[in-house]
Design a protein around this ligand. Structure first.
Ligand code: GUN
Length: 282
C-alpha cells in the first residue's frame, strides 16, 4: 500500500513559513501585493480567485482584484495590464484564465511584465526555465516538485513519465524534472504504447483531465504517482485522473484528489508573489 501524500497539510505548513517570510519583508518595508484580473463571470474562476484571496489574507500578502465585464475589449485589458506593470506597489499580476472570446489570452499574458509574471506564463520565463535560469515557474509544476522534495523522493536519474503536454502543467513540469536530472517522457493523445511507457516510470504524473485514465496495469510496483487531474465524476464528486483505489495498492507514494497537488498550487503562487516582491526591491 502506498503512502498517501498529504498536500493539504504540506500546503498549510508552507503557508505558515511564508507568513513568517512576509513579516521579515515587512520589517524591511517590503509589502508583497498580488493583483488579480478576472474578465467575465466564470463560476469556477470565481472560486479559484476567492481561494487565492483567502491565502493572501492568511499570509499577509496584499490583494487587489480587478473585475472586468465580459464585453471588455482587448485594448482596455492591455491598458489595465500596462497600468499594473507600472504600479510600484504591485509585485505580481495574475490574469485568471479563461477569458471570454474573442479576447486573446496569449496576447494578454505576453503583456504582463515578466518580472511580475507570478504564473510563469510569459515567454521570457518559459525560455529561462528551458535554459535553467532563475525565473518564475508556473505554480502547479512547482507544487509537484515541492511535494517530491518534502517527501524526500529522489528525482535525480529517475524515469519520469508525464501524461499531458499542456503549457501550464506538462511542458513546464518536464523542464523542471529535466533540470533536476530526471529522464523525461512526455505522453499525449498521439502517443503509441502508452501503457508500456507508463509501466517504466519511477515517477508517473497524470495531467490529462479524464477520470480513471491511469489504471493499475499502467503502474510499476513501487512507482510514485502524482495526480494533477481535476474532474467531476457522475456523482459530482471531485476526482483526479488516477484510479486511486486500485493504483494505491501498487504505488509507493500517491497524491489524492482532492487534497494532493491542488492546495500546493495556491501555496506556490504565494511563494512566487513573495519572490517577485523580494526581487523587485533588490
Ligand atoms: N485558471 C486555472 N488555473 C489557472 C492558473 O494557474 N493561472 C491562471 N492565470 N488562470 C488559471
Amino acid at each position: 500500500m502506498a503512502t498517501i501524500i498529504d498536500g493539504k497539510a504540506l500546503a498549510k505548513k508552507i503557508r505558515l513559513e511564508l507568513k513568517e517570510k512576509v513579516k521579515d519583508l515587512n520589517n524591511k518595508n517590503i509589502y508583497p501585493k498580488l493583483a488579480v484580473i478576472m474578465v467575465g463571470d466564470d463560476k469556477a474562476s470565481q472560486v479559484y480567485v476567492k481561494n487565492k484571496s483567502k491565502a493572501c489574507n492568511e499570509i499577509g500578502i496584499d490583494f487587489e482584484e480587478f473585475l472586468l465585464p465580459s464585453n471588455t475589449n482587448m485594448e482596455t485589458l492591455l491598458n489595465l495590464i500596462e497600468v499594473l506593470n507600472n504600479r510600484e506597489d504591485i509585485s505580481g499580476i495574475l490574469l485568471q484564465s479563461p477569458i471570454p472570446e474573442p479576447l486573446n489570452i496569449r496576447e494578454a499574458f505576453n503583456k504582463i511584465s515578466y518580472k511580475k509574471d507570478v504564473d510563469g506564463f510569459h515567454p521570457i520565463n518559459v525560455g529561462k526555465l528551458a535554459i535553467g535560469e532563475e525565473c518564475f515557474v508556473s505554480c502547479t509544476p512547482l507544487g509537484v516538485i515541492k511535494i517530491l522534495d518534502e517527501y524526500n523522493i529522489p528525482i535525480d536519474g529517475k524515469n519520469a513519465v508525464i501524461i499531458g503536454r499542456s503549457n501550464i502543467v506538462g511542458k513546464p513540469l518536464s523542464q523542471c524534472l529535466l533540470n533536476r536530472n530526471a529522464t523525461i517522457t512526455v505522453c499525449h493523445s498521439k502517443t503509441k504504447n502508452l501503457e508500456m511507457i507508463c509501466k517504466n516510470a519511477d515517477i508517473l504524473i497524470a495531467a490529462v483531465g479524464r477520470q480513471k485514465f491511469v489504471t493499475e496495469n499502467m503502474v510499476k510496483d513501487g512507482a510514485v504517482v502524482i495526480d494533477v487531474g481535476i474532474n467531476r465524476n457522475e456523482q459530482g464528486k471531485l476526482v483526479g485522473d488516477v484510479d486511486f483505489e486500485n493504483v494505491e495498492k501498487k504505488a509507493s507514494y500517491i497524491t489524492p484528489v482532492p487534497g494532493g497537488v491542488g492546495p500546493m498550487t495556491v501555496a506556490m503562487l504565494m511563494n512566487n508573489v513573495i519572490e517577485a516582491a523580494t526581487r523587485q526591491k533588490n
